[in-house]
Ligand binder design. Structure first.
Ligand code: UD1
Ligand code: MG
Length: 479
């Protein structure tokens, strides 16, 4: 908290008693409410706005994760447009309240009013389209609120933000003595009010009892919407206190368009990269490195330019990734190398290497120290420790033993147009260049195939198979 606090210049109203920071926001019974029922028209999308993906998580999940540590129970999300999809995306992470008709942010909070029962101290309200808002900033707001709770006139605390470009935000109107008077929505602003640079990000911490009593007093705007922001003027008219604290600009830029989506992604992406760099990962070019929030990376791994690490990917320590590789839902043990390659739902054991131009597809598993060179593809297969597959091969639905040499151009012919069939290759086998392994087929331990062999029948341990289709000749002792 103390480091977070240094980032901010808390605005306290003249005449306020200042902030008794010995207070403890943790001891409050706090409901966290996220408004996410709106349509998000400006995204021009069939996907609900709050579900647009942002560096590995849907937008709303960032918001839920930010408020979660501050809420006494699970965060509550107000859903409406696309509610089934939003509920599915957040299953287990949040509770839900439905707003059947979207009649404004005040109306959205009204849908949750039955939750604001006796015993609830604070209701933290935020919007579901501010994915860059950090827990530390929200905690600052809660501390401000908690610090003023001894004041019986306290109605709520809220964030404000000062921006050069105020477009799209409600303006904070203050009296000459600095006290907040009202929030005026952009559409309702006078020309003078339009010039105001202190703005409403839409993050509030309400006294629960005051909120319960105040909500029914909001009257609809000219457009028929119930504005949550009208609660400021209501509190002021009742002689109640509203306190504010300034938030960092980049955290409270709401996402309304895909341009803003990209801006939010840039902020979150930079944060993720910094977290890894501070934990001992070298990122040679942060400008061209894209790492999802869900990815884990071990110490002393180096990420070269042009890499995307996505989904449930885990990279071990001391790996070298890139340049120009995409790794999705894949686990790499320590000391792996990936060069100009694409890896999806795969696994590499310690010291395995791939590339340049390799492709691991679903279910590919390279054992310890496996070397896979240029233009190889592996799918649904295990390659045992020490196996080498240097050039131009396709291995699918295969179980390959240890220290096997897979010659250039080897192909498992695993698909007959209807079914997939399996290939098994024993330890220390030597598969000659351009071998076609017509599955189902088994190549014994220490067996060999001649260059260009088309293998349609099993080859026994130590046997050599050659020709088209390949014939087997008896085993002979090998050096
Ligand atoms: C709102 C604020 C404005 C503030 C701005 C910051 C109000 C009236 N205005 O305006 O002062 O500067 O955010 O970005 O609050 N929502 C619902 N149900 C509804 C309407 C909205 O759940 O009926 C949700 C939306 O899904 C969204 C959030 O509330 O997540 C904000 O709604 P939005 O329409 O984006 O409000 P703004 O016009 O941006
Ligand atoms: Mg908005």
């Amino acid at each position: 908290m103390s480091s977070a606090r240094r980032r901010f210049a808390p605005y306290t109203q003249p005449g306020a008693t200042g902030l008794p920071f010995d207070c403890d926001a943790d001891s409050m019974n706090t409901i966290a409410l996220l408004l996410a029922a709106g349509y998000g028209k400006r995204m021009k999308s069939d996907l609900p706005k709050v579900l647009h993906p942002l560096v590995g998580r849907p937008m709303i999940e960032w918001c839920v994760r930010a408020v979660q540590p501050l809420a006494t129970g699970r965060p509550v999300v107000v859903v409406g447009h696309g509610k089934e999809q939003v509920q599915a995306a957040l299953a287990g992470q949040a509770d839900f309240v439905e707003q059947a008709e979207q009649r404004g942010t005040g109306h959205a909070v009204m849908q949750a009013a039955s939750l604001f029962v006796d015993g609830v101290d604070a209701v933290l309200v935020s919007y579901g389209d501010m994915p860059a808002l950090r827990t530390e900033t929200l905690a600052q707001l809660l501390e401000l609120f908690a610090g003023h709770r001894s004041d019986p006139s306290l109605a709520f605390a809220m964030l404000t933000v000062v921006r050069d470009n105020p477009q799209g935000f409600g303006r904070i109107v203050r009296a000459p003595d600095g006290r907040i008077q009202a929030i005026v929505e952009e559409v309702d602003c006078t020309p003078e009010q339009r010039l105001i640079r202190e703005l409403n990000p839409g993050v509030y911490c309400f006294d629960a009892a005051w909120l319960r009593a105040g909500l029914p007093k909001i009257t609809p705007s000219a457009s028929g919407e119930y504005y949550l922001t009208d609660l400021v003027a209501l509190a002021v008219s009742e002689g109640r206190t509203v306190v504010t604290v300034q938030a960092p600009v980049e955290e409270v830029d709401g996402v309304n368009t895909r341009v803003q989506l990209a801006e939010a992604a840039a902020v979150l992406r930079r944060r993720i990269l910094e977290r890894h760099m501070l934990a001992g990962v070298t990122i040679v070019d942060p400008a061209t490195t894209y790492i999802d929030d869900t990815v884990r990376i071990g110490q002393d791994t180096t990420i070269l330019p042009g890499c995307l690490l996505q989904g449930a990917t885990i990279v071990g320590a001391g790996c070298r990734i890139g340049p120009h590789s995409q790794i999705v839902d894949t686990q790499l043990a320590d000391g792996c190398r990936v060069v100009y390659s694409v890896l999806e739902s795969a696994r590499m054991d310690q010291g395995a290497e791939i590339g340049p131009f390799g492709h691991l597809r679903k279910g590919a598993h390279l054992g310890e120290g496996v070397h896979m060179g240029n233009f190889g593809e592996v799918k649904d297969s295990y390659l045992g420790a020490g196996t080498k597959m240097g050039h131009f091969s396709y291995i699918g639905n295969a179980q390959v033993g240890e220290n096997v040499n897979i010659g250039a151009g080897t192909i498992t012919c695993n698909y007959d147009g209807v079914n997939k069939a399996k290939t098994e290759i024993g330890n220390n086998a030597f598969i000659g260049s351009d071998t076609m392994l017509v599955a189902p087929v088994t190549i014994g331990a220490g067996a060999r195939t001649g260059a260009g062999a088309v293998v349609t029948r099993d080859v026994g341990d130590g046997e050599t198979a050659y020709g088209v289709p390949a014939r087997a000749k008896p085993a002979r002792p090998r050096k």
